[in-house]
Design a protein around this ligand. Sequence first.
Ligand SMILES: [Zn+2]
Length: 409
Amino acid sequence: MLWFTCVNFSFFTFVNMTLPLYFYKTLFRNYNQFKCDQLYGRLLLEDKVHTLNHKLSHHLSIKNEGNSVESRIITSFNLGNGPIKILVWSQMHGNESTSTKAIYDFLNWVTLNSNVSNQNLTDLLQKVTLKIIPILNPDAAFKYTRFNANNVDLNRDAKLQSQPETKVLFSIVESFQPDLCLNMHGQRTIFSAGQKPVPATLSFLSASSTKDRRISEVRLKSMAIINQMNAMLQNFIPQHVGRYNDGFNINCTGDYLHSVGIPTVLFESGHYTNDYEREVVRKYTFLSLFKAIEFATNFGEINIDESVERNYNEIPENQELFVDVIVENLQINQEVKRVGIKYEESPEGSYVVFKPLVVEIADKSSFYGHTIIDASRTLNHFKFKDLKVGDEFPELKINENVFVKKFKI
Ligand SMILES: [Zn+2]
C-alpha cells in the first residue's frame, strides 16, 4: 500500500508548484502506515526515544549538537542537500510533546520512502537542507515540565542565551544560517480559535520583531508559510486554526529571530475533541510540518503581495474561552450551579495524569466546555454538600481519554 502511494505521486514535482491537496489527503489516509508507534501520549519516555533515535540512525544522519544542564545529549537529524536551509525544533518546553511525535512521524515517513525511492522525497531533499531537533529541552521533556533543569523558560532566554540548551540552539543558528526556522510548541486546552466555541487545534504566529509590531518582509515570509498551512488544514479541521497574539517580547525566540532577519514560524499544537493524549492533533501537526517544509522549497520565489497579510489576519486570533468540562445543574448546598473544570497535568510514572480542578462556580458559565455534563442526569454521581473553586472533582478524572468513572467523553 505504501509502495502504491509512493509511485502514485511520483509524477508531481516541486518545481515552482505546491503539492496538490490530494497529496495531503493521501498522507492523512495512509498516516497509520508511517506513524511512529513507539511514541504515544503526552509523556515521551527516555528509553523509547533513545531506541528510536538508534533505529533511525541506520537510515538518517544523526548528530550530537551539545548537552543539556543535566548532560543529556541534544540530538539533531540532518536531511537533504538543497539550497533552502530549514531549522526545526520541538520541546523547547518539556511538557509540549505533540510536535515531537509529529517530527518522528515525519522522520519515519522519510525513512520508509527513502527505501522505495519516492520521487517526491528525492525532489524535496534536493531543494532543502533540514536540521531537525526533536527535543531541545530533554531534561524537561522526560520529567514533563515546562522549564529546563535550571528552572528557566527557554523561550524567554533568546536575548540572554544563558542556558546550555539556548546556547546549543543559537550556535546552530550561527553555523547553519537557516533561511527558515520552525519553532514547535504545544498549547493548553483553554484556547478557542476566535470567539466561536471551537478549540484551537493548531495555532500559529509570525512574531513581531519590533515593539510597534511593524510588518516586515521577514514577518510576511512567515505569514506566507502560515497561510499555506492554514489553507491546507481548513480541508481537514475547518475553523480549528488560530493565530497567536503578536505582542512583542525580544526574549522570545521567534521575536528575537525575526529581529535579526530570520523568518520563524511558531507552531502551537492544541486540543481536538476528546484528544487529551494528542494523538489526533499529532496527525494535523505532521501535515502542517510537511506543508511548511514543502512550501518553503519555493521560498526564493514566493510572491509576497498585500494578500499575505490580509489572509494571515483573517485567521481568528486565539482566545482563552474554554474550560475542559462544564457540569450543568449541579446541586451544591441545595443550590443549582454550573461548574467549570480545568485539568491540571502532572506526570505519574510513565503517564500524565489529568487532575480535574474547579475553576468556576456560577449561575451562568463565562466559558465554553469541551465536554458538557448534565448533573441532573447522572444518577446522583454528582452531588455536593460543599464545593469551591480550587477543589478537585475526582469523578471527572481521565486517563487515556476516558473518564476514570466511565463517563466517556
Ligand atoms: Zn511552548
